[in-house]
Design a protein. Sequence first.
Length: 384
Amino acid sequence: MKLADDPDVQEFRTQFAAFLDAHLPTEAEASERSRSSAHVPEWARRWQRALFDAGWLLPGQPPEFGGRNASLPQQLAHLEELARRRIYHSFNPQGLGIVAASLISFGTEEQKQRWAIPVLRAEITAALGMSEPGAGSDLASLSTRAVLDPDGDHFTVNGQKVWTSGAHDADILLTFVRTDPDAPKHHGISVLVIPTDTDGVVRRPFGSLAAPDDLDFNEVFFADVRVPRENLIGPLNEGWRVANGSLGHERTLLWLSFAERLDDLIRDAPSEEEWYATLLMDAQALRLLGYRQLGPDRDPAEISVLKLLGSETVQEASLHALEAHGADALRHPVRTGPYHHMNAEDFIASWFERYARSFAGTIAGGTSEIQRNIVAERILGLPR
């Protein structure tokens, strides 16, 4: 498939490129850098609003949500143009790609106006409250409780979340809670929007494997937090459906972010090594398999193949590059690739940091083990 041969896609790409040429912030304007996945500098907020107002933020959405009802090939062209110019789609990626998208899919009209559009316009930022100390990949085991008051107007939330990226800088949390403790494991879960300034919400950022001062992950504690029932997203006790929708948003084109990381590695890694040829072949295979998802006969289960191949190839190639550079790979801070003011510095950090951050790709959005189970059961037809 050659997307450039489609006149509609090519015209779409040309229009977006012209918009970028005319409106992209300068390096001087973008001097302040993001501190977490929910900290959006003021210049980046203005830029995201400009994209929203022009219909270039999420082209697949209708205009009222920052889009222009673009087709899937056009959406791919949009992301490819961002990647080609090393433009980070949003400095609040979970807010844009998961929280706002979930609110659009499952929220009421009032909830969309109150939270989804402000997140899309970068007027507020959002984080995703899913994982818990005893419920990481197994979200159905979550134990954070939300008890509906007798009058039915408020929930009282108690419990803890962990690995909540950007929570200390976020304005709202899309929080998954258990509202029926007697229901079967995948039932009795609900979803609440909880403003982070609500009494009883405590956020504690902590360092990552990349560095002690890399403060993005958070522990979040809820102690008798009162949440209005109007903050319930979707039907009561049907949060598992919302969870599947939340994790499913953007998955169709998720492989493109891994393809971009592989392009970075192809650019920056030592090309005389034998494993470099495997990196080139895997990168090409990922793109070709990804393009298959744009056809009429695409199988949603094949997205797991893309996620598995992309995330593990990035991790393996990052490890090879780390080992090839020896002790110099541990130098920090250092840049290992060209700086682009519209991109995130994580992607050109030290080789150790690039390798350390590669683990997120094999965990977030469903671990490699989960993806292998999906491939085995839904594609290969193997028994459970």
